[in-house]
Design a protein around this ligand. Structure first.
Ligand code: ZN
Ligand code: ZN
Length: 105
């Protein structure tokens, strides 16, 4: 069974969702209501509650959703999970330097 997030992780999730959808933000749309997406959960993947992204429904499970398109299709369009995680960490002040996007978005 998946481990429940700690109180500290939940607090961080709240800060992340308060940023709005990270993909929308990079596309210039601010404050799109977002939910938490767990990164790096491959087949039978364990959820790591620290490796999360705020995504709106559209970019998560909707028409342009990461889960809808699948990661290999989604990442070249919207950025890798790795980059987006670094980007939100930078927005939260956890990273000193703005991450390099490798040319996407
Ligand atoms: Zn979005
Ligand atoms: Zn997800």
């Amino acid at each position: 069974m998946a481990k429940a997030p700690t109180k500290k992780q939940r607090t961080r999730w709240n800060r992340l969702t308060a940023l709005g959808c990270i993909t929308c933000l990079l596309l210039g749309h601010h404050d799109t209501p977002a939910g938490i997406h767990h990164c790096d959960t491959g087949a039978g993947g364990r959820k790591d509650h620290d490796k999360v992204l705020p995504l709106c429904h559209y970019h998560h499970q909707g028409d342009q959703g990461l889960h809808t398109l699948s990661r290999p299709v989604w990442e070249p369009l919207y950025g890798t999970e790795q980059y987006l995680m670094a980007y939100v960490a930078w927005l939260l002040g956890e990273l000193k330097h703005k991450p390099d996007n490798g040319g996407i978005l």
